[in-house]
Ligand binder design. Structure first.
Ligand code: GTP
Ligand code: MG
Length: 470
């Protein structure tokens, strides 16, 4: 016996039913009103269909989270990954990064001057500097240079005020920071306009804009290029840094060795400069792009007290996590001076491994800042001092790596709620050439897993639980 299938209500009917007794319902009873109502109904149905399509598309996007403690190299990895997926992704951002790099350079000059100032306060005008010259000559040099560099120092303040008018507080050391709602990207876009070189001219014109006026960082930096170089190369100042064990070279956004290039009027940032530039992220950034028909959705997940509560909404359907673990074993954590940076990283790693929402995600663990690890070990810092369980094992890269790798892999094994692929690589992500290969491997690995899970490809081998290293 046939049974009549109940007619599916149209969208309009579904929406209309609560309105039956309302005067509005009369509109559906009239001819014109009916046609109008049908048109609206069709539009609503079309809208629903389109949002469904969008949702399906979003579901199909390869969702990748880049995670790690502050300053672990997330942004540097993001830029490298985006370069691997889409080589021109940053082209129209290059000029904005130029200003950030210039600010990074000015910031290093400020740090240098404040170290010298501090040294002079402690040692007094008559003591000898380690380089053999008296501190009076250090004082003279410092005072002379500081006076000359004053205009340079003031453009940083002005620039920061322009970038963050809403948050500017002169009592706080300015730091460039990407923040939800921050205007800095649009401000930089307005002020960093390219002026094309006149036809036939072999030289680029300054990449600058009139909007800066006298504060144009390109022109101010060019004017002080030689002073900055002589300050950085000064033997007595280098002596102070050596004696204090300060290695500005290891600090984020260090460009003093490149002053001649960066302070030139025709400076344009290279890929490597963009990767090395320091700009703190204080929000969760989303980057979407399509590569060879696959849509990628990459999130740079900033870490910080105020941000962690917002993570939860990003953890659904994650296909891969790129986790940054910088092996800087002897630095304290900025947010908590009692905590070692690497211990902080390990505690974050444990949270990621044990999170049930991330149980299906492939993990790519990057032991980053290998260049700094090597430098620290060469300089004689002993791992045992900071991690007593390391004991008397040889204090070299190979053994130290093995020790930390085992710690991370062990946590992953103990805390993961199900078996899943884990790949690990040793990286110095500011080395763009080498990182390119790692990022291509990361890209291909994620894509392969994505195709397997969407059953487009059958896995060639069971990768579950295997580790890989490059
Ligand atoms: N020497 C060295 N520096 C690195 C490496 N990776 C990142 N850096 C530098 O460390 C600084 C911080 O890197 P970012 O990529 O901004 O780190 P982040 O994790 O995004 O930091 P937050 O935005 O504070 O969360 C930058 O100046 C990078 O150039 C590395 O492998 N070696
Ligand atoms: Mg960042």
């Amino acid at each position: 016996m046939f049974q009549t299938k109940p007619r599916t209500r149209t969208t309009l009917e579904r929406f209309a039913s609560p309105l039956q007794n309302h005067a509005w319902s009369n509109i559906f009873k009239e001819g014109r009103g009916q046609r109008e109502a049908q048109r609206i109904s069709r539009e609503i149905d079309k809208g629903i269909l389109e949002s469904k399509k969008l949702l399906t598309k979003k579901d199909k996007a390869i969702k990748v989270l880049i995670m790690g403690q502050p300053e672990s190299g997330k942004l540097a990895v993001l830029r490298n990954l985006l370069f691997a997926l889409h080589p021109t992704y940053f082209h129209d951002e290059a000029l904005r990064w130029k200003t950030i790099i210039q600010l990074n350079l000015i910031d290093s000059v400020k740090t240098l001057l404040s170290i010298v100032e501090d040294e002079l306060e402690i040692s007094g005008p008559c003591s000898r500097s380690p380089a053999g010259s008296t501190s009076t000559s250090l004082l003279d040099h410092y005072q002379h240079t500081r006076m000359r560099l004053l205009p340079l120092l003031s453009i940083e303040t002005n620039l920061m005020r322009q970038l963050h008018p809403e948050h500017y507080d002169p009592s706080i050391t300015p730091e460039i920071c990407e923040q939800a709602g921050s205007r800095w990207k649009s401000v930089l876009k307005k002020v960093t306009l390219v002026q094309p070189a006149p036809p036939g001219s072999p030289q680029c014109r300054p990449v600058t804009s009139d909007k800066w006026g006298k504060d144009d960082p390109t022109l101010v930096l060019a004017a002080f290029k030689d002073d900055i170089i002589s300050l950085w190369e000064d033997e007595s100042i280098q002596g102070v840094l050596r004696r204090r064990g300060v290695r500005l070279e290891d600090s984020p956004g260090f460009f003093l060795d490149d002053t001649a290039r960066i302070a030139a009027v025709d400076y344009e940032p290279t890929e490597e400069d963009i990767v090395r530039a320091r700009s703190r992220t204080s929000c969760i950034e989303e980057h979407r792009l399509v590569q060879n028909g696959s849509e990628w959705c990459i999130y740079n997940v900033a870490d910080g007290r105020g941000i962690r509560p917002h993570w939860a909404s990003y953890l659904d359907d994650v296909q891969a996590i790129v986790f940054l673990a910088p092996l800087v074993f002897n630095d304290t954590f900025e947010g908590d001076k009692q905590l070692n940076q690497l211990q902080h990283s390990m505690s974050l790693w444990r949270k990621v491994c044990g999170n049930p929402l991330l149980a299906h995600a492939t993990i790519i663990l990057l032991f980053n800042k290998m260049d700094i690890l090597k430098e620290r070990l060469d300089a004689g810092f002993r791992v045992e001092t900071y991690f007593p369980s390391y004991g008397r094992a040889p204090n070299d890269v190979e053994n130290v790596m093995k020790y930390f790798r085992n710690k991370f892999l062990n946590d992953h094994y103990q805390l993961s709620t199900r078996r899943r692929p884990l790949y690990y690589h040793q990286t110095s992500v500011i080395d763009t050439e080498v990182t390119k290969f790692v990022m291509r491997a990361v890209r291909d690995g994620i894509l392969q897993r994505h195709l397997e899970s969407s059953r487009v490809l059958r896995p060639e081998q069971d990768m579950i639980g295997k580790d890989s290293v490059s």
